[in-house]
Write a protein that binds this ligand. Structure first.
Ligand SMILES: Nc1ncnc2c1ncn2[C@@H]1O[C@H](COP(=O)(O)OP(=O)(O)OP(=O)(O)O)[C@@H](O)[C@H]1O
Ligand SMILES: [Mg+2]
Length: 406
């Protein structure tokens, strides 16, 4: 197998239900072709967080090996996703005086430094500092301040932090699997990169990535990230509810959910039935599909209720004209879009990876949004990452963009 050339990037999605490695080749045009994918069941994570390093290492090895075979390259470094309820997002701002009347890169670096100078608890580490907009004197909404005249430069940024211990466990799992971490990327940020269009980001949109253990929410406005939430509800909760409600093993409940599940019982015909295997050697039963949907519905309502409440609290309610994009494996459930529309009263669409070439059909599912997004993020922010990561997280994109001016 050949060593991985520089134009080949790998995204590693450490999910609660699956670990997935996606290999992308960046072409001269900047476009990314997907050339390999490896997937293995995940047993070492709970609610998006590594809780068992040995099991995680094993899943990572399997997924990476499979991806290596498919792509025909050796994988030694990865862009890894991070999620979990330890993730915090805050908006902050900083102000500096413009030194020589005209904004130069050092003014921008200073103002970003000023904006990131917020009190972060000792047990948290900065993962991203994402510029939202710059304000020069009284002119707001500036995306590229370099070269502009003024006296006072202000920056608004979104800072994302994660628990140091969770970060260390991810890095350790990767290094034990023989992988260097290029960068740690917030999972919903990666998913958004894969499923959103530029217009949606500009107009205002909310991405809800409903995975197995968590639902990750990211709100974009005028092209930038303004709000993030990690909600502790995912597809696994539906499986558990079904397992308890129908008194069937979890593995069967998962199959029933995928085959017959529907998020709105009004969409299901009254005469529809499902076969339910029983526990303890009892014979299987035939039940109405309506009963299954009545088990699913309250959990879906709880999830979207939580999304609505958090968006309201964020202060950005009614600011996302493009509505909501649902992604993650649970977004595949029948009726979920209708349910979201019903509970949230907004336009809803399902997001699958876009902006890619190559094995598009293989990754054409919301399950792969994070993995593909990590590759796209890497392609946009590629640089000598370990140094950057060790320095405590940064806004690669910003530095790259700044680099073009220096
Ligand atoms: N067709 C389907 N209908 C309903 N649910 C589905 C379907 N396919 C997959 N799922 C559910 O999607 C979930 C897995 O989604 P995904 O692969 O995005 O999660 P993950 O990335 O492993 O987890 P997380 O992001 O929470 O850490 C599981 O709960 C699974 O049951
Ligand atoms: Mg996921």
């Amino acid at each position: 197998m050949v060593k991985k050339p520089d134009n080949i990037l790998v995204g590693l999605d450490l999910g609660t239900t699956k670990v997935c490695a996606i290999v992308g080749a960046v072409k001269d045009s900047g476009k990314v072709d997907i050339i390999g994918i490896g997937i293995s069941p995940s047993h070492g994570l709970k609610k998006g967080v590594v809780v068992n390093i040995d099991s995680t290492v094993e899943s990572v090895r399997k997924a990476v090996r499979e991806a290596e075979l498919m792509a025909g390259v050796e994988i030694d470094s990865v862009y890894v996703g991070i999620s979990g309820s330890h993730i915090k997002g805050i908006n902050s701002r900083g102000v500096v005086a413009i030194k020589n009347k005209e904004v130069n890169p050092s003014d921008v670096a200073r103002v970003i430094d000023a904006a990131r100078a917020v009190n972060i608890p000792m047990d948290q580490q900065v993962l991203h500092v994402l510029p939202q907009e710059f304000i020069i004197d009284d002119q707001d909404g500036i995306k590229e301040p370099l070269g502009m005249y003024g006296v006072r430069l202000e920056a608004k940024v979104h800072i994302i932090t994660g628990a140091v211990t969770s970060i260390q466990n991810i890095v350790k799992s990767c290094s034990r699997a023989g992988l260097r971490v290029n960068d740690l990327v917030l999972q919903p940020l990666a998913s958004s990169q894969a499923v959103l269009t530029g217009e949606e980001r500009d107009l205002g949109v909310v991405v809800v990535d409903i995975g197995g253990g968590t639902s990750d929410v990211a709100l974009f406005l005028e092209g930038s990230l303004w709000h993030t939430e990690v909600l502790p509800i995912g597809g696994n909760h539906l499986t558990n509810d079904i397992s308890i409600g129908l008194r069937t093993p979890a593995s069967e409940a998962e199959k029933i959910k995928i085959k017959y599940g529907c998020a709105l019982s009004s969409l299901v015909k009254h005469e529809d039935t499902i076969d339910v295997p029983s526990v303890g050697g009892r014979p299987p039963r035939v039940l109405s599909r309506q009963i299954l949907c009545e088990i699913i519905e309250p959990r879906v309502e709880e999830l979207f209720g939580m999304v609505q409440q958090r968006l309201k609290k964020s202060g950005f309610e009614d600011m996302f004209a493009s509505g909501i994009v649902l992604t993650g494996g649970a977004a595949l459930m029948e009726g979920l879009q209708d349910a979201a529309e019903h509970y949230l009263g907004l336009p809803i669409r399902r997001g699958t990876p876009r902006h890619i070439g190559g094995l598009m059909d293989v990754v054409n599912s919301p399950i792969y949004a994070t993995g593909v997004g990590l590759v796209l993020y890497g392609a946009e922010n590629q640089q000598d990452a370990p140094r950057k990561f060790m320095s405590g997280g940064v806004m690669n994109r910003f530095w790259k963009w700044l680099g073009e001016y220096i």
